[in-house]
Design a protein around this ligand. Structure first.
Ligand code: NAP
Length: 673
């Protein structure tokens, strides 16, 4: 048994021929095959396994079979079985080290240092191109090497130490929030030997994975991708694991990185003020023992975007006599068994918990304002196939190649399907040819799900372009629930709430009364109100919320003019709609913040304040970029927009571009003091 969730030790192959055969043939997904031969080629140092005829079709990598037909799949499996038996019998040997902790002399551990560091860029590129069926551009290789981290090396770790750059300087950093980004920032600062404290308002770490405990809560990005590049976990139990697994992962990371001693739980930063004289921040912190004040040379905000519940304002809400709560503040003391439950909202959170509530409620009404687009993901609730887990445990680097494959197929290619085509006539249903093609595919899935319920078609059919809102993952459980006899899906507007009901009304004024013992608000978060309710006062006494005026912006999503030495994680325009994971973005943002801190320490500078003209020019480009994407032009409701209608949340360009822009700070972008 592994000693830690992050213990990715590779075990020797002792399985029988039949067991190896069963492992390679047993995995229930064809999507594990494209990465298999490149992983074996890399682990064995044998490129003869990159058989040209067994490359997936680059145009079809988002299909489950990646364009590999049955014969090709069978041949990949046959070759893999042959190779694994050879390794077991000593006729071949793995030469790479596999993941980090492989130090016990197992097959994976025998590699030379050169091999452990992986192949040359050209070689890595060849392996990547084979597994994706695309000619991956050379510019992607350094980025993908970091993400892949095939031998467990941490290529994003700071290469400097504060003690070397500024041995006599005190440079305390305050991190706000101990969720995914705060843990990451703490880890990086610790690696660099910079002093830091993490203030966390909750009683424990984990952020969104601590707070959201609703039934069915799980990650909706492939789990092998939704994890730190430098702390990958090979044995995720599910392709999309439930919330407790994610919370365990982040707790393990914090423990293994030695971060708990830096964390101050139950401490909420209520305000922070920059002193132009002292060139430092003062933080006011509310804790169990009262209010306190702390100084910091720099502050990293890691408070998240999606955690302050958005409660609607509906006539009569206060008159409701039953229990009610928001999905992110699930009240586990409320027994839903046999009750009349009304759910307001039908976004990503509702889609996860509603099927569970339907199982226990007496009657469930789902009040949907806007229908979702759903993308079919058959393995959404499946445990990772045992055969695949076996391969992760026995082939050095395979889990990392699998992660790379999952990363790539959910990255840049999808952006084209969200783009606005200037020559497209009517953008109300689709924004261009590729978007229309996506719409057709998603519509096919939708009508397949509701083939037996034409009465629901008008209610479930989105009348807006796909990717204007978040496309929700689906394995059919939502439509199955909506079709239950004890579930009502109502797509008409809510009129009022009464003591024991929620009343809706259709276009003809016909009212429907949904009797309610319990109301669950699945109404999302105040996403565009970045940093609220914290007060942030920068240079010259300017309040950041006044500056933003409800429409948050930042340079690179990380820094803002007039607020020196202040860095945002998951700040304005760093959310992604269809490509990548937020962890990828946080890793880039933290890397950039550390780059600025390094610059300050190396050059003996007190502060770095982003130039206004640099910030403004950047935001013009971001706004232009968002107006070329479905989420920028569509008028449908979405949390991607600020009240002004401007897209304040989303990043409109490629993952590569975000990585490139956060590689290292340009001193010319700053007023340095
Ligand atoms: P959401 O997507 O913003 O959905 C909120 C729902 O409430 C929408 O259906 C919205 O309707 C409705 N609503 C809001 N105000 C309303 C009002 N006054 N009257 C009636 N209906 C109202 O929120 P969410 O489902 O919590 O998800 C937010 C984001 O969190 C997701 O997009 C995703 O990025 C993230 N998330 C991730 C996971 C995961 O990884 N597992 C799970 C859940 C959420 P409209 O659509 O008309 O606005």
């Amino acid at each position: 048994m592994p000693e830690s969730l992050l213990d990715n030790r590779i075990s020797p192959i002792t399985a029988s021929d039949e067991e190896i055969h069963a492992a390679v043939h047993g995995a229930d997904l064809a999507s594990f095959l494209p990465a298999l031969l490149p992983a074996l080629a890399h682990a064995l140092g044998d490129d003869s396994l990159l058989v040209e005829a067994l490359r997936p079709d680059g145009d079809l990598i988002r299909d489950e079979t990646a364009g590999l037909d049955a014969d090709q799949q069978a041949e990949i499996r046959r070759l893999a079985v042959e190779v694994l038996i050879d390794v077991r019998d000593g006729r071949r040997a793995f030469v790479t080290g596999g993941a980090d902790r492989n130090d016990d002399g197992h097959q994976g551990g025998g590699g030379t240092d050169d091999a452990r560091l992986g192949a040359s860029d050209d070689h890595i590129r060849r392996l990547m191109s084979h597994s994706t069926g695309e000619d991956i551009g050379a510019e992607y290789v350094p980025l993908m090497r970091e993400e892949l981290s095939v031998t467990g090396e941490d290529l994003r770790a700071p290469t400097w130490r504060a003690a070397d750059l500024a041995p006599d300087r005190s440079f305390p950093v305050a991190i706000i929030g101990a969720g995914m980004s705060g843990i990451l920032a703490g880890h990086r600062l610790k690696q660099a030997g910079v002093d830091f404290v993490i203030y966390e308002k909750n009683h424990d770490l984990g952020g969104t994975w601590l707070e959201n405990t609703y039934p069915g809560c799980r990650v909706d990005v492939s789990n092998h991708v939704y994890s730190y590049s430098f702390a990958q976990r090979n044995d995720w139990p599910y392709y999309f694991s439930p919330q407790p697994e994610l919370l365990d992962y982040f707790r393990t990371c914090a423990d293994e990185f030695g971060l708990r001693e830096h964390m101050r739980f139950g401490h909420e930063v209520t305000s922070m003020t920059w002193s132009d004289d002292d060139r430092e921040w003062t933080l006011d912190v509310d804790g169990a023992e009262g209010e306190s004040t702390h100084r910091a040379s720099a502050v990293i905000s890691a408070v998240g975007q999606l955690n302050r519940p958005n409660m609607p304002s509906i006539s009569g809400m206060d008159d409701f006599a039953g229990a009610s709560f928001h999905s992110a503040q699930w009240d586990h003391d409320v027994d839903l068994a046999g009750k009349n439950v009304v759910v307001i909202g039908a976004g990503a959170s509702a889609v996860q918990f509603v099927p569970h509530v339907a199982e226990v409620a007496g009657h469930l009404s789902v009040l949907q304002r806007t229908p979702n687009w759903f993308v079919p993901v058959p393995n959404y609730h499946h445990p990772v196939a045992e055969g695949l887990q076996w391969l992760f445990r026995h082939v050095p680097g395979y889990a990392q190649w699998y992660r790379f494959w999952m990363f790539w197929r959910s990255s840049e290619g999808l952006l084209a399907a969200c783009a606005v085509d200037d020559d497209w006539d009517d953008s109300s249903l689709a924004t261009g040819a590729a978007n229309a093609e996506l719409r057709e595919l998603l519509e096919q899935w939708l009508f397949l799900c509701y083939a037996d319920r034409p009465d629901l078609h008008d209610t479930v059919r989105p009348m807006y372009p796909p990717a204007s809102k978040r496309i929700v993952l689906d394995n059919g459980s939502w439509s199955t629930t909506m079709k239950r006899d004890d579930v009502t899906l109502d797509g008409t507007p809510i009129l009022r709430i009464e003591a024991d009901a929620v009343v809706t009304s259709d276009a003809d004024g016909h009212e429907t009364r949904h009797t309610a013992d319990v109301i669950i608000y699945a109404t999302g978060f105040q996403a565009s109100k970045f940093l609220t309710p914290m007060k942030v006062v920068g240079s010259g006494g300017r309040d950041l919320h006044d500056v933003w005026d409800g429409d948050a912006r930042a340079y690179l999503g990380v820094v803002h003019p007039g607020f020196p030495n202040f860095f945002l994680c998951y700040g304005p325009n760093t959310n992604i709609v269809v490509n990548g994971s937020i962890i990828y973005f946080s890793e880039c943002e933290v890397h950039y913040a550390l780059g600025v801190i390094e610059m300050l320490l190396r050059e003996g500078l007190a502060s770095a304040d982003c130039r206004q003209d640099v910030h403004d020019a950047y935001n013009v480009r971001i706004d232009e970029g968002n107006l070329k994407m479905a989420w920028g032009v569509s008028t449908v409701n979405s949390w991607y927009k600020a009240e002004s209608g401007r897209v304040a949340q989303n990043w409109p360009f490629s993952l590569l571009e975000f990585w490139q822009q956060t590689r290292s700070p340009d001193p010319g972008d700053y007023h340095l003091t």
